[in-house]
Design a binder for this molecule. Structure first.
Ligand code: NAD
Length: 287
């Protein structure tokens, strides 16, 4: 039976570190770090994510400012809000909850955020910084996954990591971070031929797909470390249940270590968002 990588425990550790650093920041600079969270429309999952982010921010001493906009808001109105937040010295981090309604251009909005306030790490300049190994704000989910990997495995040098999924927000930045950690990295996706046999070569298998229980036991090398990023909601007997992209019951019989869903990558994502907010605030202070 695999070791369960406890994301709640790892995130509690990081949150308490951030809370301590926020106290120091306030003492040093006499101001409170501020995170602006922008939610457009009333997507139920986005509402839950935003509520959790705002609550956790308050818990570590970061002031959060929530902006809720109507689903019909125009591109110009949303851009104007982002410009206002960019110019506001009390706001150190800006997060626009994705996905946005279809009539809005997500890329344009993300690139309108000042790179120094882009706590999601999705701005083109932060993406370029990650790709070229320069300092910048790194996307929260891959960053949290890396922390859990290094806490579980120590040095990752030379390990073969396979990432399933090539999205800009998880798969690609995850691959970049694994490469920086000296892994041999393979990316697989919906067009990959014989995905199971590629995955079976992995010492580290990261699933970021959005297909419940896609990864089966025979995709996993015995003893491998499995990071399940997927969050898939299913209604079973009227109750809302969360499933990852990994078939936990069978894969945990084969893997050496595995993150559960819920209680794995999810909590680490929020903790890293707040760590990024503090990093952003530090970078905006006069030297
Ligand atoms: P996405 O839809 O943008 O990308 C999914 C990727 O999976 C694509 O690159 C696609 O090629 C690949 N894919 C799709 N079907 C496939 C298949 N059958 N076989 C192999 N590859 C396939 O999704 P995303 O934004 O990267 O999110 C992935 C999952 O992670 C979702 O379940 C999402 O909810 C979850 N997520 C969780 C967190 C967290 O905090 N834990 C954060 C972000 C995303």
């Amino acid at each position: 039976m695999a070791q369960i990588i406890d994301g709640k425990k790892a995130s509690a550790k990081l949150l308490s570190q951030v809370a301590g650093d926020v106290i120091e920041f306030k003492a040093k600079h006499g101001i409170t770090p501020g995170l602006a969270v922008v939610l457009v429309g009333d997507d139920p999952a986005s509402q839950v994510y935003v509520r959790n982010k705002v609550q956790r921010a308050e818990q570590v001493g970061i002031r959060s400012i929530e902006h809720r906009l109507d689903a019909n808001v125009s591109q110009a109105e949303l851009n104007a809000l982002v410009d206002e937040l960019n110019a506001n010295p009390d706001v150190h981090g800006i997060l626009v909850q994705l996905p946005l309604p279809g009539h809005l251009d997500e890329d344009r909005i993300v690139d309108a955020i000042a790179p120094s306030k882009d706590v999601d790490g999705f701005h083109s300049l932060n993406v370029a910084a990650l790709a070229t190994g320069k300092p910048g704000l790194v996307p929260c989910t891959p960053q949290g996954s890396m922390t859990m990997l290094s806490e579980t495995l120590g040095d990752l040098t030379g390990l073969h990591a396979v990432v399933i999924g090539r999205s800009n927000i998880v798969g690609k930045p995850m691959a970049a971070l694994l490469l920086q950690a000296n892994c041999t990295v393979t990316m697989v996706h919906s067009r990959t031929r014989d995905i199971a046999s590629v995955c079976r070569q992995a010492d580290i298998l990261v699933a970021a797909v959005g297909v419940p229980k896609l990864v089966k036991a025979d995709w996993v090398k015995p003893g491998a470390t499995v990071i399940d990023v997927g969050i898939n909601v299913e209604i079973i007997d009227g109750a809302r249940k969360l499933f990852g992209d990994v078939d936990f019951a069978s894969v945990s019989e084969v893997a050496g270590a595995i993150t559960p869903v819920p209680g794995g990558v999810g909590p680490m994502t929020i903790a890293n968002l707040l760590a990024n907010t503090l990093q952003a605030a530090e970078s905006q202070m006069p030297v």
